[in-house]
Design a protein around this ligand. Sequence first.
Ligand SMILES: Cc1cc2nc3c(=O)[nH]c(=O)nc-3n(C[C@H](O)[C@H](O)[C@H](O)COP(=O)(O)OP(=O)(O)OC[C@H]3O[C@@H](n4cnc5c(N)ncnc54)[C@H](O)[C@@H]3O)c2cc1C
Length: 591
Amino acid sequence: MEQSGPNNQPAPSRRAFLGTTAAIGAGAMVSPLATAAPWEKVGPVPPKLIPETMGTPMNFPKEIPLFKQAFRNWSGGIQIDELWTCQPETTDDLVILANWAAEHGYAIRARGYSHNWSPIVVTPDSNLDTNVVLLDMTEHFTSMEMTAVSPAAVTVQAGASMEALLTYLEDEGYGVTSCPAPGDLSVGGVLAIDGHGTGIPADGEQRESGQTYGTISNRVLSMTCICWNHKNDRYELMRFNRQHPDMAAMLVALGRTIVVEVELRVEENHNLRCESWVSLSANELFAAPGSSGSTIESFLESSGRIEAIWYPFTSNPWLKVWTVRSSKPFWAREVDSPYNYPFSDNLSEEVSDLIAQIMDGSPGLTPQFGQLMATVTTWGLLFDNAYDLWGPSKNLLLYVRPTTLRVTANGYAILTRRSDVQRVIHEFVEQYETNLQAYAEAGKYPINGPMEIRVTGLDDPMHTELTDACDATLSAVVPCQDHPEWDCAVWLDLLTVPGTPWSGDFYAELEAWMFENYSGDYATMRVEWSKGWGYTSDGPWTSDDIIQNFVPQSLSSGRPAKANWASATNQLKDLDPHDIFRNPFLEKLMP
Ligand SMILES: Cc1cc2nc3c(=O)[nH]c(=O)nc-3n(C[C@H](O)[C@H](O)[C@H](O)COP(=O)(O)OP(=O)(O)OC[C@H]3O[C@@H](n4cnc5c(N)ncnc54)[C@H](O)[C@@H]3O)c2cc1C
């Protein structure tokens, strides 16, 4: 494996390299949230005590402590100085809160780690007067236990972090095929948006018991939520199994319910090897379908599990390739914990300075920034001895820390047949490069972060190993009945620092092209709930046409009437007739 960079830059000494990264890692103090720039570190928001004179929401249940807390999502795209927040301790608290909200015209919004980009927790204009109370689930709803073996299942409360869950599973001898890259996401937050990782079966690989190549939502066997009980005329704790008709909408519900606990199908744990490549050019990896050489298709054949990260204006992406390997390959480094790419989690001064200059009116430095990030990656992999890693799956599947550069991202899943995956990627890359070049020639640099490409299977309910398991109707990768040959999803993201000039226009143009291009018998496109979509010049989630037409259509076309967009939104409405689990954005999306 090549150990030198794509950019022919002289190797920095190990001390110099560590000097810049560690200077930030050790020295940067937690900064006040409201003023943090994307390259500064942020920490948790301390709750504020409520002055006695301050009026709390009317008749708020006395037994549940309420406080004011700033809300800030991970990218800083949503920043609210004060919101009413509580940390319910028991399921009784949740039921009391729901019925209080229904009676007093309040919304209650469950939250996990607030890492979501899209405004599906709260909208940016929320404040103390907007009749909303946040429920922080991460404090008291964190327990888990194995509840079945062969096939295996774990029951976990929704506030538990993905890292805690995967650590517990590892101790018990279990794991998952793929999952989102950060560990500090709550199980409830991940299920709300059909959280995914990367992976399809390699050539000749047979699915094992407990495995799914789809999203985490496709692992759900049963779910306990707070819902309206029409018989008793009140919100209650209700448990649905995967065969229940109402379950279809709850599996991916964008926070239109409160998930308390879920039972998830899991699999025997495997050891994984993760190799990194920086020596292959984008031209080769993303070549036209049918090309020979090291294409994405060739890596999918051999390993099934890839992620490409490609900085703008650079020649070689960072390609990660995971393979299932029971014993340690001779050259690989064994890892006994996750997050093994510290260079991408701790930004050097050089990187921070350059981004600051770009955002400060020197967009022309963007190509230089791309080159710098590619160089940091190349030498970081070398100095962190991270080119070839091996260990229990969790240590290879979790690799993003919240301290990474805080960027915003668009996100889409393109459903297609496996033989067309290379075509999907090639066409996207070509269009992106054409648009990026045209913008650059006009002196505009809307994208300064990388392109990210991952490939998964679809949410096949058969993977639960239950008879009559329902589809996850609102999952981006719910199968299309009229195209059973579509068995893969290519997940495409483009990252940029929030507020980068012209990014709204760039994203909007690309999105329009994508909806048109990925259509017909070849492919279809769905949005990735957690990320940016519905673009106009004003930014994400501003296009009424996408929000009210394209998105509903994308989850209706090819879907049976009993499990499509309309049926799911009706089910959610039926389970929440008092609209206590809504916000203005969700009202627009799901009127
Ligand atoms: C750096 C970074 C990397 C990421 N990488 C990936 C990735 O690799 N793959 C991927 O799929 N996603 C990824 N994401 C997106 C992430 O998975 C989602 O944003 C996820 O929803 C965040 O979880 P959270 O606990 O922070 O949820 P929050 O942001 O707190 O909430 C998100 C949604 O979940 C709802 N919710 C939370 N808890 C509950 C509950 N108990 N019951 C009902 N609804 C609930 C909220 O109401 C809201 O609608 C990434 C995000 C970041 C910032």
